[in-house]
Each structure stands twice: as structure tokens, then as C-alpha cells.
Design a binder for this molecule. Structure first.
Ligand SMILES: CC(C)(COP(=O)(O)OP(=O)(O)OC[C@H]1O[C@@H](n2cnc3c(N)ncnc32)[C@H](O)[C@@H]1OP(=O)(O)O)[C@@H](O)C(=O)NCCC(=O)NCCS
Length: 175
């Protein structure tokens, strides 16, 4: 990830069983595949709070490809559900790696992407997708889920806290 400074990120983790119990439901979803790269990159560019140098569409696409190709850890397809809209179109996604590639990596799966199309937000999609991810990691014998969130992403933090995630640490990006 980049060298940009000026914002703070929070590391959070939760018991997967708690996430599974508290999550909402969404009727249409399927596991992630490499074919999801194009729309995932476009949706990430349209919805993520962007910081330099990942604030151009090209950079965000490269970042998404890095997430997909294992640069940040092996993607767990069943724990990386894609939510589908009325016509079967992708409207949200959660991307989970088995272990994140990081010097202080926790010994459990890590969610590296959570996003819902703006037109579909506040309907329980991200909550439901995190519940599906939690059940998938439990099915593989894992008990915890971690993630990183921007400190100013108030809505995302509320979502995570509601599902049982608690803050473990925080730090300025680039520090
Ligand atoms: C954060 C994000 C993933 C939430 O997706 P979503 O599908 O709208 O979330 P849900 O509908 O499942 O929200 C469940 C609960 O979380 C909380 N929540 C979610 N978004 C919120 C917001 N913008 N403001 C306040 N609370 C919010 C609410 O408690 C909500 O329940 P409610 O709608 O009944 O009040 C979505 O806003 C998004 O894609 N944002 C841009 C990308 C991003 O910041 N991702 C997180 C990076 S770590």
C-alpha cells in the first residue's frame, strides 16, 4: 500500500461466531472469482474513500489486482462473497484473505475489502456479506476475523462495531 500520510487507520478484530450471529441476511450472493476484477475495481474507485497515491482509477485497479492475485494473502473465495442485485448484477463485495501479508500479521483470516454500491447502501448488504465471510471461516476451523478501517470512516466503524469488531490498534499511514 502507499506511502501517503495524513490519515489514521484502525485495526479491528472480532470473534467470527459473534459476527455470524449478529449479521443481517441478503438473499442473492455467490463466492468471489478472478472474473470479478473489472467491476470490483470500478466499484472500489466509485465508493472507497481515496487517498494518494491510490486515488486514480488506474492505481485503484492495480491495487485491486494486487488484492486478487495474492499479493496481500491467499483469497478465501467462500469467505469473499459477492452480493447480487435484482438482475443478478454485483452490488457489493467482501474480500477475505487467509492470512494477511504484513510483518505484524495476526494469526487469523483478514478482511481486505468491504464495499457496497452507493445505490444499495443501508440495506444490510455489507452486514450480510461479513456474516457469510464469518460462517465460511468458521467452517474452515478459524475463529477470528480482522480488518483495517480508516479512522474517519464513521459509517464503516459503526457497521463493524455492531458486528462485534473491537479496536486493537491505530496508527498514521506511513508511520
Ligand atoms: C461502509 C459500507 C461498506 C457499508 O455498507 P452497507 O451495505 O451500506 O452497510 P449495511 O447496510 O450492512 O449497514 C449495517 C449497519 O451498519 C451501520 N452503518 C452502515 N453504513 C453506515 C453509515 N454510512 N453511517 C452510519 N452507520 C452506518 C448502521 O448501523 C447499519 O444499520 P442500519 O442501516 O439499520 O442503521 C458502505 O458504506 C461502503 O461501501 N462505503 C465505502 C467503502 C468503505 O468505506 N468501505 C469500508 C472500508 S474498511
Amino acid at each position: 500500500m502507499g506511502e501517503s500520510v495524513g490519515y489514521e487507520r484502525i485495526v479491528m478484530a472480532a470473534e467470527a461466531a459473534t459476527v455470524a450471529e449478529r449479521a443481517r441476511t441478503w438473499p442473492r450472493h455467490r463466492p468471489w472469482s478472478m472474473d470479478d476484477l473489472d467491476w470490483h475495481a470500478a466499484l472500489a474507485y466509485a465508493t472507497y474513500p481515496l487517498h494518494p497515491p491510490e486515488d486514480t482509477e488506474e492505481a485503484l485497479r492495480a491495487e485491486t489486482l494486487a488484492s486478487f492475485d495474492g499479493t496481500w494473502g491467499e483469497v478465501m473465495p467462500e469467505a469473499s462473497p459477492v452480493a447480487l442485485g435484482d438482475a443478478g448484477e454485483p452490488v457489493g463485495a467482501v474480500l477475505t484473505v487467509r492470512r494477511i501479508v504484513h510483518p505484524q500479521a495476526p494469526d487469523h483470516p483478514y478482511v481486505i475489502g468491504v464495499l457496497t454500491d452507493a445505490a444499495w447502501q443501508r440495506r444490510g448488504i455489507a452486514s450480510a456479506l461479513l456474516g457469510i465471510a464469518a460462517r465460511a471461516v468458521l467452517a474452515e476451523g478459524e475463529t477470528r476475523l480482522g480488518l483495517t478501517v480508516d479512522a474517519d470512516s464513521v459509517g464503516a466503524i459503526r457497521l463493524y462495531e455492531g458486528l462485534g469488531f473491537v479496536e486493537l490498534s491505530r496508527g498514521a499511514v506511513g508511520s
